[in-house]
Design a protein around this ligand. Structure first.
Ligand code: ZN
Length: 223
């Protein structure tokens, strides 16, 4: 029996939206099986991870197909979670598109507004692979406000377009955007206006990636 065609667009989004090649914070195989076979309930918090992690999502789909778990029996609530996650990604993409397209126009949209700047110096964090979160040399923190965040990238980081994400404790992206890095006085840095007013305070992971490199992860406290 074929899977519900209506789920296809959402599946496609979730299968590609959140690449997690190093499988950071992924549930165990046993847990994924329990989710796929619905041993765990639709309200299980692990679903939050799965909806924000494309490889886990793919694993669950695959397991359900192998075990012939019928999507028709699917708890409507979980469809809603996935739909909400997909909708959030579209909204984030839309907002990112809006900002990048308004940026690229020549007319300065806002002239008089001043936004405070916050510098996050990532140079002491030497980790270049995403499987380990960098050990904090000094703690990185951001306040819950609108600000120009200046990321001073680790030594020898290349210029170019970077993807930026702020991941919560479940490694679900709470903020997703992109920005160009430029070399200024020998340091590669990214400046991006971020609105953190809606984010709950807590521990987050800043993830940055320049194709075709791996994600690089940095612990950040939002307060
Ligand atoms: Zn995962």
């Amino acid at each position: 029996m074929s899977r519900n065609e209506d789920n296809q667009p959402i599946e496609n989004v979730l299968l590609h939206a959140n690449p997690n090649p190093e499988r950071v914070d992924c549930p165990t195989r046993e847990e994924l099986i329990a989710l796929a076979l619905r041993v765990r309930e639709a309200s299980d918090p692990l679903w939050n991870h799965v909806s924000g992690c494309s490889p886990c999502f793919a694993d669950v789909l695959d397991l359900q197909r192998k075990h012939d778990v019928q999507p028709e029996e699917e708890a409507p609530r979980r469809s809603w979670i996935w739909l909400a996650a997909a909708a959030a990604l579209f909204i984030i993409a839309g907002v990112a598109w809006y900002f990048s397209s308004s940026r690229s126009q020549n007319t300065p949209v806002i002239v008089a507004r001043t936004v405070p700047s916050t510098v996050l110096d990532l140079r002491p964090f030497a980790v270049s692979r995403s499987e380990e979160v960098a050990k904090p040399v000094a703690s990185l923190s951001l306040e819950r406000k609108v600000q120009n965040v200046v990321l001073v990238l680790p030594i020898a980081s290349a210029e170019g377009e970077y993807s930026l994400r702020l991941l919560d404790a479940d490694l679900s992206p709470q903020l997703s955007t992109s920005a160009a890095a430029a070399v200024v006085k020998g340091d590669t840095s990214i400046t991006k206006e971020l609105d953190l007013t809606e984010l709950p305070a807590g521990r987050y992971t800043l993830a940055i990636k320049r194709e075709p490199e791996d994600w690089r992860l940095f612990p950040v406290e939002v307060r």
